[in-house]
Design a protein around this ligand. Sequence first.
Ligand SMILES: Nc1ncnc2c1ncn2[C@@H]1O[C@H](COP(=O)(O)OP(=O)(O)OP(=O)(O)O)[C@@H](O)[C@H]1O
Length: 259
Amino acid sequence: MTPHIDVEHITLAFAGKHASLTVLDDVSLTLAKGEFVVLLGPSGCGKSTILNLIAGFTPVRQGRILCAGRPVKAPHPSRGMVFQQPNLFPWLSVLDNVTFGARMAGRKKAAADADANAWLDRVGLNGFGQHAPWQLSGGMKQRVALARAWLPDPEVLLMDEPFGALDAQTRMMMQELLRDAWRQTGTTILFVTHDVEEALFLADRILVMSARPGNIVEEVVLPFGRDRDIETLAQAPGYSHIKQQVLHRVRAEARRHML
Ligand SMILES: Nc1ncnc2c1ncn2[C@@H]1O[C@H](COP(=O)(O)OP(=O)(O)OP(=O)(O)O)[C@@H](O)[C@H]1O
């Protein structure tokens, strides 16, 4: 089967003041259509850089990236991005934040509003469309960011530690909400986190990266199926073993980074 996202032999260095910094060294990975893949790895190993390359924000210099068989050359609405900070426009209502991109792309307001309201409903924000961002909690703002990212019906969502700034309870609710939305839409997702339990709950497959220069050093296919209960997943056969395996690898790479 042709992969939906195909990252082939990417090497990338950033120019520094005195020398260049090689961040990615011959990285290859693929995502199948509708797959949920989580990237884990030490700080600075190049996880966000991979997302930026796939999004088209950072130009590919060595290697190539294909999305649905076509080379990625620039950002495109079919590849959405969600960041740790929701980055809402403070002067716009929740509804106008969600529809902003769609309206800039020329969609009629009534149609965009109808779709945005359906998304606000889906993320549990029914009735909040006319609120201002400052009237929302951190978790609610991030739900707006999810609705905004999903509104153009992207084929791929790139998520850079989207729940990293949330408290533990809110984070769990957001993880459940994300899994539900993903299962309904079938969007292909590449998700970056430092949290191994988050990865175990969300992913079909986990990719562990080495310390910089980053490369994929381990791939773990999770055997838990797609019906997962966040409260009982830890009792699933193999969970403890896989958690230990992934944690061990991530910590070993992080230690290597510190040396
Ligand atoms: N535009 C840029 N110019 C120069 N250096 C950059 C640029 N973007 C990233 N870097 C450097 O590339 C390396 C990898 O950064 P990146 O943000 O991809 O890491 P990360 O794995 O996502 O880290 P973290 O887990 O801490 O968010 C870092 O050393 C960073 O300083």
